[in-house]
Design a protein around this ligand. Sequence first.
Ligand SMILES: [Zn+2]
Length: 162
Amino acid sequence: MADVVSSEVRSRMMSGIKGKNTKPELVLRKGLHAVGFRFRIHPNLPGKPDLVFPKWKAALFVHGCFWHSHDCHLFKWPKSRNAFWRSKISGNAARDKANIEKLLKAGWRVGVVWECALKGRTKLDAIRLIKTCSVWIKSNRKRFELTGAEDALRRSLRGSSR
Ligand SMILES: [Zn+2]
């Protein structure tokens, strides 16, 4: 498979992450709202978590797989401007890590739902998605991460992580 990212795909990746309320994220918002969760959208917290549940002291990020360099089928290094993208994306990763540390230190529990769990061929079943998130929100586990179905399987088969 070619690793060339077409300009059309790239512009979709770019608009996908910075824009709020993109479609995959809406599935999560609507689903969690439907099962009774109340959350804030743009709170003044490190990294601006996408959904914050003050009652449960839980902050949930929806991470675009391209911008946050997820090890999955949605991430490919753009072919052009290699150095630019490497510095941009590794900067994002460092910032993500720092923001999560700050949130944890401030007593928040922090979850990340990756884009590949919400769209494309590894998309999780909506019921399962909402249920898994709900269970975490109400738990006392500090960290939570949800990835697309097939990628999680592939990673566990390969037995390695980044
Ligand atoms: Zn992903």
